[in-house]
Design a protein around this ligand. Structure first.
Ligand SMILES: [Fe+2]
Length: 284
């Protein structure tokens, strides 16, 4: 599949001048549905005010979009059942389908969280295919779109949404919906402003970490050494019973970090030197 190409008209040295849009898939990933879909997602226990849904593109929404089906992106709805308010993580494909799914659950989507700037997560041109993304989200809801501060220009460039329409966040920030608190973790490497979201023992990880493998580090803005430090730093500190919810179905829908640490090669590399050898390049 051929990559699309973006050129920033007003690029500065601090901004991405050119964004080559490729699949988020990393060589060596299991493009896999072979991890099998769970017949039912683990849901918060009855009486829990947390609203949490994982939706797979091509299966749960974007049903007639062949490219969405091929990309196997996950989107997430997270909110408070008490207040009826939710946010959507990575609204890229079939944004109306995602918002309608929340509405059918009696939830109002008031904001969006972007794990990173790639068009299969926030919208834009992907191989010449226009992905709706946050532009459609803003049009329909007017809600805030939370993007890591390192990535405002990248998201603007990819989606065509003005930076002033985005809400900048940083690692350690929190977003509260009723009593549900979502914590932002800055996990650079796959991209400069990649971020994960932690909510009540669930880690929504975007393309930083999959059940099998991790995000590729050869796309614009990627930094293999930074990804090593993200995986061995903040993510390594999380308890083993934290449940990983990835940005793509590469090897499965969810698993505890304890199990992922046992089975995922990306978490079993013992030194930065070995990591750089595996990922390509030498430590800076
Ligand atoms: Fe990505």
């Amino acid at each position: 599949m051929e990559a699309g190409l973006y050129t920033s008209p007003g690029a500065t040295a601090a901004r991405p001048e050119r964004v080559v849009l490729l699949s988020s898939e990393k060589p060596g990933h299991l493009p896999a549905r072979e991890g099998g879909h769970l017949s039912s997602q683990p849901q918060p226990p009855a009486g829990d005010d947390l609203y949490f849904r994982q939706l797979l593109a091509g299966r749960d929404f974007a049903l007639r979009d062949v490219m969405a089906s091929q990309m196997v992106n996950f989107a997430y709805l997270i909110g408070s059942r008490d207040t009826g308010e939710a946010v959507v993580v990575d609204p890229a494909w079939d944004v109306d389908g995602l918002l309608d799914a929340a509405e059918a659950d009696g939830m109002k989507v008031v904001g969006a969280l972007a794990t990173h700037y790639h068009p299969d997560h926030v919208g834009g041109d992907l191989f010449g295919h226009e992905v709706q993304g946050i532009a459609r989200f803003l049009e329909r809801t007017g809600g805030q779109v939370h993007v890591h501060k390192e990535e405002l220009s990248w998201v603007g460039l990819t989606t065509g949404v003005a930076e002033k329409e985005l809400s900048a966040v940083e690692g350690g920030s929190n977003l509260r919906l009723g009593d549900v608190e979502i914590t932002f973790l800055h996990t650079p490497g796959h991209s400069p402003g990649s971020q994960c979201f932690l909510v009540r023992g669930r880690l929504v990880a975007g393309d930083t970490l999959f059940l099998q493998g991790c995000g590729r580090v050869d796309l614009p803005g990627a930094d293999p050494e930074a990804l090593y430090h993200s995986l061995t730093g903040p993510l390594a500190q999380l308890p083993g019973d934290t449940v990983l919810y990835p940005g793509h179905d590469y090897g499965g829908e969810s698993a505890t970090l304890a199990r992922t640490r046992e089975e995922n090669y990306a978490l079993r590399i013992e030194s930065l030197e070995a990591w750089m050898e595996t990922m390509g390049g030498a430590p800076a």
